[in-house]
Design a protein around this ligand. Structure first.
Ligand code: FMN
Length: 197
């Protein structure tokens, strides 16, 4: 394995892309976000890294609520649109069909198979970005994307994004069972990866 130095850059991660939703002055606005992470699963909290000045963030501050919507690959064009155009310049309220849950003010995108309704907990300020943390108060999933009462990733068919600049991808094949395959690990180091396929 011959390692090349590429400089001080983030690694090229492949990330599921989400759509953040918030009401801004009474109208839904949506923003595409790839820098998203679960902060905790119980109680559930989610974090989004947002550039300063996002219109959707104005709405999250205004209401103290927002949503995190998981789009399927069929929504690629709408997702990309919400990432290309700011609500500061253009109305994006029609990009998805909004529905509301228990909080009443966090617009969720009906066309996205999974929607987390969030109460804004806090905002951690960095130099160029903010980490926006929300407590998930309810999770909504399309009935036909459930298997045995649980969300099924194959049915949801999440839209993946290759940092930085794309393309969008869909999920690949199953490799192994998480939290199981490592039990058989005998200390034999894996082979190098590139050229593996
Ligand atoms: C694939 C993709 C991923 C993006 N990921 C992020 C992200 O993680 N954080 C962010 O602040 N902006 C991200 N953006 C850019 C915002 O979606 C974009 O600036 C958007 O216009 C902001 O909308 P708003 O001002 O209406 O909130 C992404 C855009 C695309 C196309």
């Amino acid at each position: 394995m011959d390692k090349m130095k590429l400089g001080a850059k983030p690694p090229q991660l492949v990330l599921p892309v989400v759509v953040m939703g918030a009401n801004v002055e009474g109208k839904p606005n949506y923003c595409t976000v790839a820098w998203v992470t679960i902060i905790d699963d119980d109680p559930p909290a989610i974090g989004l890294v947002l550039g300063k000045g996002r219109r959707t963030m104005d709405g999250a501050r205004e209401n103290g609520t927002f949503s995190v919507n998981v789009p399927g690959t069929a929504s690629a064009a709408a997702v990309d649109h919400c990432g290309l155009v700011s609500g500061h310049k253009q109305d994006k309220s029609e990009a998805f069909t909004a529905f509301y849950g228990v909080l009443g003010t966090a617009p969720m995108a009906k066309e996205c198979p999974m929607n987390a309704e969030c109460r804004l907990r806090n905002i951690v300020e960095f130099e160029g970005t903010n980490l926006v943390v929300g407590d998930v108060v309810e999770l909504y999933v399309d009935r036909d994307c459930l298997v045995d009462g649980k969300p099924d990733a194959r049915k949801i068919d999440p839209l993946l994004y290759v940092m930085l600049g794309g393309p969008y991808l869909s999920m690949g094949d199953k490799v192994a069972d998480a939290f199981k395959v490592g039990k058989d690990f005998q200390g034999k180091r894996p082979a190098g990866q590139c050229g593996h396929r």
